[in-house]
Design a protein around this ligand. Structure first.
Ligand SMILES: [Mg+2]
Length: 384
């Protein structure tokens, strides 16, 4: 529940800046629905209040999955700017309700706006974002790192390094090459790292005609869960696969918002759900998804997109205030994927656990020099 402390803030928002960034990454990654190589693209928003306090938020789109950076930048700059300039921070919920109405989809832009509003409120109140969202239910979150490199030898080296760092959860991205490659990788990992917690994610990559055979072969290795084997809208096949496997079936692309979660429960398509602020449109709606799922004993997993530490922090605060997101998180990009993150201090991971910050707002400040270094476009409201 939203803290009443926010409603007591007597300050207006007076400035909004939006940047489109291109950030280099350290490897190619293949997924069922597409490839990421060379760089990722994010949109960062900064809000400033009358007292000079600032709040940052991030939109982390991926075109084949959620949306585009161009769309997110336009949503923020053109459609959300009139909602926030001159608005009271105390009206955070009203601003977010209006944002939902003025532009369809663009959930990443809505997540960015909401994150910036909470970060701003947290800085003014000297309170962490999790305290503005609800009660803290955990101080650290188990980290999962995804293995998606088409060069499996490189991923094996990464697992060695992860083990040295105390990380014991990996998610194998499957369904982008062939079934034999997927089986070889899970077999090799099971043999070389018998204690590793292994999850599987198809990212919608399986053809419906071969899905049951592929998933049942994978099921034999008893992964912790099997995520989104088929295309998002094919609830019928999701249900069939859920009933055909012993391993829990996780919905990701099939569930964006609370509305999808209700339908997923009604149609019995999953045993777990990946909750991402970039799908739900922010932390509050992410928590709502987890609460709906909890009523049906469906646990949540802290998913992410290709993010910097800013979005990772928003996800961390959401999970800290959401008891049912209990399957860990995958906020590894800032540490293990980006060449350089945007935070002043490293996104905190200790002994395989993401640390929940207790400082004001998101808890770690953004480095403006780094932000500007990777910016390819900026909108500050001065052009109209
Ligand atoms: Mg997924």
């Amino acid at each position: 529940m939203l803290s009443s402390a926010i409603k007591a803030i007597n300050e207006k928002i007076i400035d909004m800046k939006v940047w489109h960034l291109v950030l280099p990454v350290n490897s190619r990654r293949d997924h069922g629905i597409g490839t990421v190589a060379n760089n990722i693209e994010v949109v960062i928003v900064k809000l400033t209040s009358e007292s000079g306090a600032v709040g940052f938020g991030e939109a982390s789109p991926w075109a084949p999955f959620t949306g585009t950076p161009e769309g997110n930048l336009a949503a923020l700059d053109r459609y959300f700017r009139p909602l926030v300039i001159g608005a009271m921070i105390a009206d955070l919920s009203k601003i977010m309700s209006e944002a939902t109405l003025v532009v369809v989809h663009n959930t990443e832009a809505k997540a960015a706006l909401e994150t910036a509003l909470f970060d701003l409120a947290g800085h003014i109140l000297r309170m962490p974002v999790w305290a503005l969202l609800g009660e803290k239910c955990r101080s650290e979150i188990p980290l999962s790192v995804s293995l998606a490199n088409p060069d499996f030898a490189t991923d094996l080296s990464l697992v060695e390094k992860l083990q040295d760092d105390g990380v014991n959860i990996v998610k194998i991205k499957t369904g982008f090459k062939n079934h034999g490659f997927d089986l070889m990788r899970i077999r090799t990992l099971r043999k070389n790292f018998p204690d590793l917690d292994i999850r599987i994610d198809y990212n919608q990559g399986l053809d419906v005609r071969e899905a049951e055979k592929c998933v049942s072969d994978i099921d034999a290795f008893a992964p912790t869960f099997i995520e989104q084997p088929v295309v998002a809208h094919d609830f019928e096949t999701m249900k069939r696969l859920k009933n055909a496997t012993n391993s829990p079936l996780l919905a990701d692309e099939s569930v964006f918002g609370p509305e999808d979660m209700r339908r997923a429960i009604n149609e019995e398509i999953c045993d777990g759900v990946s909750v991402k602020i970039m799908k739900s449109g922010g932390m509050m709606r992410g928590i709502e998804i987890a609460e709906i799922a909890a009523n049906s004993n469906i646990p949540g997993y802290g998913g992410d997109m290709f993010e910097t530490g800013i979005a990772h922090l928003a996800g961390t605060h959401m999970i800290a205030a959401s008891p049912n997101i209990s399957l860990g998180c995958e906020f590894y990009h800032a540490k293990y994927y980006l060449i350089e993150d945007l935070l002043e201090e490293p996104f905190a991971i200790e002994n395989g656990m993401v640390q929940v910050p207790d400082g004001p707002g998101l808890g770690i400040n953004v480095n403006l020099d780094k932000l500007q270094k990777y910016a390819v476009n900026c909108a500050d409201g001065g052009t109209r």
